[in-house]
Write a protein that binds this ligand. Structure first.
Ligand SMILES: Nc1ncnc2c1ncn2[C@@H]1O[C@H](COP(=O)(O)OP(=O)(O)OP(=O)(O)O)[C@@H](O)[C@H]1O
Ligand SMILES: [Mg+2]
Length: 312
């Protein structure tokens, strides 16, 4: 649904974004991850037609992002910038009505649309608030409501969880999932990594303007031969189980985590990890639970950005 080809925007010689080949499948949630200054906002602005690329192309659905297609692109995309909140003197209702009018939604349907977008963002209660009086979290909700007013197919959200407390983040994630269920294609940026892992279908990691990796969290993990973390719970003989595990192929380390549980750091083909379980059971260890812990996006990200001269 969103495809960029060698998308480049240079600010001077080494700042900006370079040769981005991004692919967001229809109906997917795409997590665009990168440090401050990595180029997320720059790339997003180009996708929305707000910034002209130095070179490269962008397609949203069937339309190339070029000046003559901008009216169509604006209908297709809902863009939520990283900072929302001009028009401070308006009430939330007036604010949304203003945007509805800008999208030429007839007055009769506008009321319905405003109610619908406030419902989906859980912001119904704020309809009469002054925009100026909204807290950060409320502003994000209203900003998202505004983004949805013309019922766009594609949502491009720049740091939708930026500045939100943990509770509000959970709520924002829930809303984003709901929007996916309504059939939207969603690209969202963040530097808050573990958060994205749970909701994104695809992740793209941007560092210093370049896309270092793109794929599902698991694919990226595999690609990097990340160490797997496996938890093992046994009925008894924890020490014996740990001693048996330690010398096995691919086992980097074992670590006790509870009275009857230990973690294995494993580096090797994922398919062979099950051999550890087999070996333990053949040697009389009663294993109650054996599971791969979820890929740790934070580690993956730190690893690749370090390998590529990242700042952290
Ligand atoms: N208008 C501009 N003029 C000059 N340099 C710019 C301009 N806009 C962005 N840059 C530079 O391009 C790089 C990418 O900035 P961008 O805002 O896209 O990063 P970001 O990933 O969105 O960061 P953040 O997480 O802080 O929002 C930075 O080095 C920034 O200084
Ligand atoms: Mg930004």
């Amino acid at each position: 649904m969103i495809t960029t080809q060698n998308l480049t925007r240079k600010f001077g010689t080494n700042r900006g974004v370079f040769d981005l080949n991004l692919h967001v499948p229809k109906g997917a949630i795409y997590g665009f991850i990168g440090h401050n200054g990595a180029g997320k906002t720059t790339a997003i602005k180009m996708m929305c037609g707000l910034l002209k690329p130095t070179s490269g192309t962008i397609k949203i659905g069937d339309y190339e992002v070029v000046p003559k297609n901008l009216p169509k692109i604006k209908q297709l995309i809902g863009y939520m910038p990283d900072i929302t909140g001009v028009y401070e003197q308006m009430s939330v209702w007036e604010f949304l009505d203003f945007y509805g009018a800008a999208f030429k939604i007839p007055p009769k349907q506008r009321k319905e649309r405003i109610e619908a977008v406030l419902a989906v963002t859980n912001a119904e209660a704020m309809i009469d608030y002054q925009v100026a009086s909204l807290s950060r979290g409320m502003r994000q909700k209203v900003g998202l409501a505004k983004t949805l007013i013309h019922d766009p197919e594609v949502l491009i959200l720049d740091e939708p969880a930026g500045g939100l407390d943990p509770h509000a983040r959970v709520e924002m994630r829930r809303t984003i999932k709901e929007l996916k269920n309504l059939g939207k294609t969603i690209l969202l940026s963040s530097h808050i990594l573990p958060e994205l892992a749970s909701i994104c279908d695809v992740v793209g990691i941007l560092n210093k303007g370049k896309l270092l990796a793109q794929g599902t969290v698991k694919e990226i993990n595999d690609m990097l031969h990340e160490t797997l973390s496996i938890s093992v719970t046994v009925d008894s003989d924890l020490e014996k189980a740990m001693a048996l595990t330690k010398p096995l192929d691919g086992v980097v380390s074992v670590q006790m985590s509870d009275i009857n549980e230990f973690f294995i750091n494993y580096r090797g083909p994922r398919e062979s990890a099950g051999d550890i379980l087999l070996y333990l059971m053949e040697n009389g260890v009663r294993v109650r639970w054996f599971a791969e812990n979820e890929a740790d996006l934070e580690n993956v990200y730190l690893n690749i950005t370090q390998d590529n001269g990242g700042e952290e």
